[in-house]
Ligand binder design. Structure first.
Ligand code: NAP
Ligand code: NAP
Length: 332
């Protein structure tokens, strides 16, 4: 794969659905989100013949509205950011073959046979797994309709968009929800923390800090039954599980922070060690427990609790560096 700095290169990116994979690559990157694009750009810069295999370009960014925490590009529309990532990968000639990787099988000489759901197959000297992790959804009416129009899954990403808002709600009882509510309390006038139990999974010190905020109200033993609005979120129907009583809560936004669902099955199937939470265990250099397999982004055990585009792309770059070193050390 040529790594060129020529500005005459055609930047237009095309995700390839029909095309076959070449028989062999230095690095195969699994995934199509920010971590994967970063790994692709860096792999090519390290002169690795590389390809991305992913479901669609963008990953979780396809569900986002505006991104205002990617350094250097303030208030960028998520789809524009995806296009920029695509253009950058295209500049380095890395294709995204739209498919889903099923298995990464060990060959006798340490290379890996990569097989996809769509029946494609190739061989790689190294593999970078950047398959993300799904943010758990509530599954209530209005959740999808108002996604990015008041419904958010990331307080750290979107809290500043609610500066001066009358009221916002956060759902969940783990550290993400509790820390998210604390952050939001600095932006919005009123914050409701809605949790289905009265005991918290979050660290007690975080819960105590939240209780000290003057503008946070705890709605415990309570669940959201519906998110309603017009062009954007206007409120929630909340049910008190003890009394069964349902009431309307007026809010401008709702942050659903109820945990993540990493693809533990992929890790198990491919012999990758996982953490207690089901994330792929990596060391500082994004090496997994399996030699020649690296991982990056939301699927990894690194920096759990702080999931950002910038952290995903940082891990993608490090994984590419490590993969290139591994390939060079082993195959020259
Ligand atoms: P990601 O965006 O979840 O991307 C992972 C991609 O890999 C998904 O498209 C996924 O498709 C695909 N994939 C999963 N299993 C696969 C397989 N076996 N074969 C091929 N592809 C597979 O994850 P990321 O790149 O690690 O991280 C993105 C970061 O952006 C996260 O930290 C997130 O929090 C952050 N983010 C921030 C904002 C913001 O507003 N600041 C907004 C959005 C995202 P499926 O989904 O179909 O499985
Ligand atoms: P989590 O610890 O898995 O907590 C998820 C919370 O959402 C739980 O309170 C759970 O309720 C609730 N929940 C799950 N499904 C629900 C549903 N369908 N409806 C309503 N509520 C639901 O997830 P997290 O808070 O995202 O944290 C993930 C990991 O990152 C944890 O290890 C956490 O400690 C770490 N983290 C650390 C920091 C930090 O240290 N600064 C910050 C953020 C996250 P139940 O309690 O009833 O199960």
């Amino acid at each position: 794969m040529p790594a060129s700095s020529g500005s005459e290169l055609e930047f237009k990116f095309q995700a390839v659905e029909e095309e076959e994979l070449e028989p062999e690559y230095d690095v195969v990157i699994v995934g199509g989100g920010p971590a994967a694009f970063s790994a692709a750009v860096y792999s090519a810069r390290f002169l690795m013949k590389s390809v991305m295999i992913g479901e669609e370009p963008g990953g979780q960014l396809t569900l986002a509205g505006t991104v205002d925490d990617y350094i250097g590009i303030p208030e960028v529309i998520a789809s524009d950011l995806i296009e920029r990532f695509q253009g950058h990968a295209a500049k380095y000639g890395v294709r995204l073959v739209m498919d889903r990787v099923e298995s990464v099988e060990e060959l006798e000489d340490s290379r890996k046979r990569v097989t996809t759901l769509g029946g494609r197959e190739t061989v790689a000297k190294a593999v970078i797994v950047a398959i993300g992790s799904k943010r758990r959804k509530l599954g209530v009416p209005g959740e999808d309709k108002y996604n990015a129009r008041g419904v958010s899954y990331c307080s750290v990403c979107d809290a500043p968009l609610f500066r001066g808002a009358e009221a916002v709600a956060v759902v969940g009882g783990g550290d993400s929800a509790v820390e998210g509510a604390a952050l939001l309390a600095d932006y919005a006038k009123n914050v409701y923390l809605i949790h289905r139990r009265d005991a918290f999974r979050a660290q007690p010190i975080n819960v105590e800090a939240l209780r000290r905020k003057g503008n946070v109200k705890f709605l415990l033993n309570s669940v959201v039954r519906e998110i309603f609005g017009d062009t954007k979120v206007r409120g929630l129907i909340v049910e008190d599980l003890r009394s069964g009583r349902r009431s309307e809560l007026r809010v401008d936004g709702v942050f659903i922070e109820i945990g993540f669902e990493p693809d533990v099955e992929f890790a198990r199937r491919n012999g990758l060690g996982t953490s207690e939470g089901g994330y792929i265990v990596v060391d500082d250099w994004m090496r997994t427990t399996r030699p020649g397999v690296f991982a990056a982004g939301d699927c990894t055990s690194a920096w759990v609790g702080f999931r950002q585009v910038v952290t995903a792309v940082a891990q993608g770059a490090v994984a590419a560096y490590s993969a290139a070193r591994y390939v060079r050390d082993k195959w020259g």
